[in-house]
Design a protein around this ligand. Structure first.
Ligand code: CA
Length: 347
C-alpha cells in the first residue's frame, strides 16, 4: 500500500480550476504571542481562460530581492483574464515573512526557504511553506519562472539562469525560454548546493524551470525591473499564453540573450578571512584567470596589509560581492564563460 503524502497545512482560498481572475491569499498557520490561531497571508493571483499551459511566476522566495516582486505584482495588476490562453499563477511575495523583514532568511525560523524543498508540513515554517509550493502549487504547473537577485549578499549581471538538466529536450526548451525572456545573459550552471531549492523541486517533476538574477545589493535595479517586467511578458508570449512576439533587443544593440555557463568550482572566489572586501571589477567586466578580484582590508589593525583575492577562471564577472564586510567563506565573485555544452557532458 502506498503511503499517503502528508497534506499541506496551508489553506488556499483560490480555486485553481475556475475561469477568470482570482486574487486572494494562501494562509499558513503560525502560532505566535499575539495569536495562537494566527495565520500568515501569502498573496496569490490566478488568471485562467481558454486552453494553454500553466505558468507559475514567483518572486520573494528570498525577502531582500525586490525586482521580482515588483515585476510580478505589476503583471498581476494589469493582465486581464481575457488576454490569457491557459493559466497564470502569480505569487509576487512567496516568502512573505522574509519579504516584510527585508532578509534572505525567514525571521520566523531563521531558515532559507530556498534550501527547504521538498519541505515538510510538520517541519519549521519555511519547511511548511516549501511543502505547500511542492505539493499544492507545482503539480498544477507546466513552466516555472522564479525571479531572484543577489539580495544583500552581492550584485549580478542581469541574467536568467538554469541548471544543466540531463534531459536534453527539457534543457533545449529551457534555453529557448531563457532566450525569449530576453535578459542580457542566460547562465547554465550546476550550482553550489542545489538539492533543496525550488528549482530542483521543479526539475524533479519534469517541469521547465527558469530562474533570474536581476541585480542585488539590497536596492532596486532600474535595469533589473525593466528586464524582469519585459521578461515575464516575453515568457507568456513565447508559450502562447498571451499574444505577441518576445522583445529581446538589448541595450547595447545586440539582438538577443548571450548563453553563458559557470563551468566548474574554479569560477567561484571565496573570502579566505572575514574583513572589508574592496572589489576591483563590476558585473559584466572581462576577467582573466590570475587577475585580482579584490582586496580584504583589516582597518581595525594599524598598518595591516590587505589580502589579495584572485580569480581562478577567465570569462565575464557574473556576480560580485557584496555587503562591504564579508565573512570568511563568503562567495565574493562568480565568473561565467560562453556556453559550451561539451564542458558539461563529462561531469
Ligand atoms: Ca536569491
Amino acid at each position: 500500500m502506498a503511503t499517503e503524502r502528508p497534506r499541506s497545512r496551508v489553506r488556499c482560498e483560490v480555486d485553481f480550476d475556475r475561469n477568470g481572475r482570482q486574487a486572494g491569499y494562501a494562509r499558513a498557520p503560525l502560532s505566535r504571542n499575539t495569536s495562537g490561531w494566527g495565520v500568515v497571508e501569502i498573496p496569490i493571483i490566478v488568471l485562467k481562460n481558454g486552453s494553454g499551459p500553466t505558468v507559475l511566476l514567483t518572486g520573494g522566495v528570498h525577502g531582500d530581492e525586490y525586482e521580482g516582486p515588483i515585476a510580478v505584482s505589476k503583471l498581476a495588476r494589469t493582465l486581464k483574464p481575457e488576454q490569457v490562453q491557459g493559466r497564470v499563477i502569480m505569487m509576487p511575495a512567496v516568502n512573505i515573512p522574509a519579504v516584510m523583514n527585508d532578509t534572505r532568511l525567514s525571521p520566523v525560523d531563521n531558515r532559507d526557504m530556498n534550501r527547504c524543498f521538498p519541505g515538510d508540513p510538520r517541519g519549521t515554517f519555511s519547511e511548511m511553506l516549501a511543502h505547500f509550493m511542492d505539493s499544492v502549487i507545482l503539480p498544477l504547473v507546466d513552466v516555472s519562472v522564479d525571479l531572484h537577485t543577489c539580495g544583500h549578499s552581492g550584485d549580478s549581471a542581469p541574467s536568467t539562469n538554469m541548471h544543466y538538466v540531463d534531459d536534453a529536450a527539457i534543457r533545449e526548451r529551457t534555453m529557448a525560454l531563457a532566450k525569449a525572456f530576453g535578459a542580457p545573459f542566460n547562465v547554465v550552471f550546476s550550482g553550489v548546493d542545489e538539492g533543496a531549492t525550488l528549482t530542483s523541486a521543479v526539475e524533479r517533476r519534469g517541469i521547465v524551470s527558469l530562474g533570474t538574477e536581476l541585480g542585488g545589493w539590497g536596492r532596486v535595479s532600474v535595469e533589473g525591473v525593466r528586464i524582469g517586467e519585459r521578461g515575464v511578458r516575453n515568457v507568456l508570449k513565447q508559450l502562447g499564453v498571451i499574444e505577441g512576439k518576445p522583445d529581446t533587443a538589448q541595450r547595447d544593440g545586440s539582438p538577443a540573450t548571450r548563453h553563458m555557463m559557470v563551468r566548474n568550482a574554479e569560477c567561484y572566489a571565496f573570502a579566505p578571512r572575514s574583513g572589508l572586501f574592496e572589489p576591483l571589477q563590476v558585473v559584466g567586466d572581462r576577467i582573466e584567470a590570475g587577475q585580482t578580484a579584490g582586496f580584504l582590508h583589516f582597518v581595525e589593525d594599524v598598518d595591516a596589509a590587505p589580502i589579495e583575492v584572485v580569480h581562478r577562471a577567465s570569462g565575464l564577472l557574473w556576480m560580485s560581492a557584496g555587503p562591504g564586510r564579508v565573512q570568511r567563506g563568503d562567495c565574493v565573485a562568480v565568473v561565467m564563460q560562453d556556453y559550451d555544452e561539451a564542458q558539461f557532458s563529462h561531469d
